[in-house]
Ligand binder design. Structure first.
Ligand code: FES
Length: 111
């Protein structure tokens, strides 16, 4: 199987998100995987404002209703659906999406 395996798809419940560190050395990536309306999406866990990881506490990425990813550094909020910032210091910029797929119940990063 090509790609990078993250976890079983059923480990990420509706309205939940989880962080992953994948790869080694300079290929190491910080990734957030989030589920909304049944769909799983993966983003590079790096805020487009100043490049910090979004979360302060492990796996605490989302606002209360699970509709927005929140950067804990200065409060930018990003739509789960497309990663676009809708509030905060980087409105209009977006998280970097990473293609992912579910194969045999396992989430795989495609790039
Ligand atoms: S670094 Fe994310 S809002 Fe400033």
């Amino acid at each position: 199987m090509s790609g990078t395996i993250l976890c079983r798809a059923d480990e990420i419940a509706e309205g939940q998100a989880r962080g992953f560190l994948v790869g080694e050395g300079i290929a190491r990536r910080d990734v957030v995987l989030v589920r909304r309306d049944g769909a799983l999406r993966a983003y590079v866990n790096s805020c487009p404002h100043q490049g910090t990881p979004l979360e302060t506490f492990p796996d605490k990425f989302l606002n209360e209703d699970g509709s927005l990813l929140v950067c804990s550094t200065h409060g930018a909020r990003f739509r789960v659906e497309d990663g676009v910032c809708v509030s905060g210091p980087c409105v209009g910029k977006a998280l970097t999406r990473i293609a992912c797929d579910v194969r045999d119940g396992v989430v795989v990063l495609m790039s």
